[in-house]
Design a protein around this ligand. Structure first.
Ligand code: ADP
Ligand code: MG
Length: 236
């Protein structure tokens, strides 16, 4: 017989198809888990931004996303909330390994994303890891195998993939590239291609940047399946 949690999850998922972004005024209007809603509330987040509404609506059902919205528009939560929700619905546990990988171009951005995840995701039981170098590789390596959500920079991630035979992404479900255009600008393109070659083909991929550039589309072609393009220009 289904557990009450699996029944709850089924009910939640049945609402995904019917999200009307026009009618969403607060996070509580979205079909999100109580754990995520509590985390958002405690962080003082009440109303989703445009990019958050559009991305949450489309990504909860597993679609690939190519999202563009200006700096400061709230792209971090636009991908962290779907990560938490997708892993929650899959009832992900520590035994399932890495479920989501977030790649961002700089250590500072990785650290900010990690901190936001810790705050908003506080009531979930997932373990999160920050893989940015600066710590010794062995220390990171031992931690990494137990992480459900990994936030990393491209170079350090590839180093782990190359040097750590135990590093295992076979179960990985969600790949996020934050500031995808900057990853390319900074000369990470080959590193990114090598990383993507190491990841399971069957996954959800979400790319975010401030502008939709040609090079982001190139990368999209490498890794996204029939993506939904979300472009938000907020006027004040
Ligand atoms: P971007 O990645 O698009 O540049 P961030 O995700 O870094 O934007 O968010 C910019 C700022 O807006 C952060 O300080 C964040 O805490 C805040 N923020 C994000 N979403 C919301 C929201 N729904 N309500 C209020 N503030 C938000
Ligand atoms: Mg950002």
């Amino acid at each position: 017989p289904p557990t009450s949690e699996s029944t709850f999850i089924e009910n939640l998922q049945q609402q995904y198809e019917n999200i009307d972004t026009e009618a969403i005024n607060s996070f509580a209007d979205l079909p999100l888990s109580p754990k995520t809603l509590k985390g958002l509330k405690e962080c003082g987040y009440t109303k989703p931004t445009e990019i958050q509404k559009e991305t949450i609506k489309l990504s909860l059902t597993g679609k690939d996303i190519l999202g563009a919205a200006q700096t400061g528009s709230g792209k971090t939560l636009a991908f962290l909330i779907p990560i938490l929700e997708r892993l929650f619905c899959k009832q992900w546990t520590s035994f399932d390994g890495v479920g989501a990988l977030v790649i961002t171009p700089t250590r500072e951005l990785a650290y900010q994303i990690f901190e936001e995840l810790r705050r908003v995701g506080e009531h979930h039981e997932f373990s999160a890891g920050l893989i940015i170098g600066g710590k010794d590789l062995k220390f990171e390596r031992n931690r990494m195998d137990q992480c459900n959500i990994v936030i990393c920079t491209p170079g350090r991630l590839l180093q782990h993939m190359d040097e750590n035979p135990l590093f295992d992404c076979v179960n990985m479900e969600i790949l996020v590239l934050d500031e995808a255009d900057r990853c390319l600008d900074l000369g990470f393109e080959q590193t990114m291609n090598a990383i993507i070659a190491n990841l399971p083909a069957k996954r959800q991929t979400m790319l975010f940047s401030a502008t939709q550039t040609k090079s982001v589309r190139d990368l999209a072609r490498l890794s996204l399946k029939d993506p939904s393009y979300i472009s938000v220009h907020e006027h004040s």
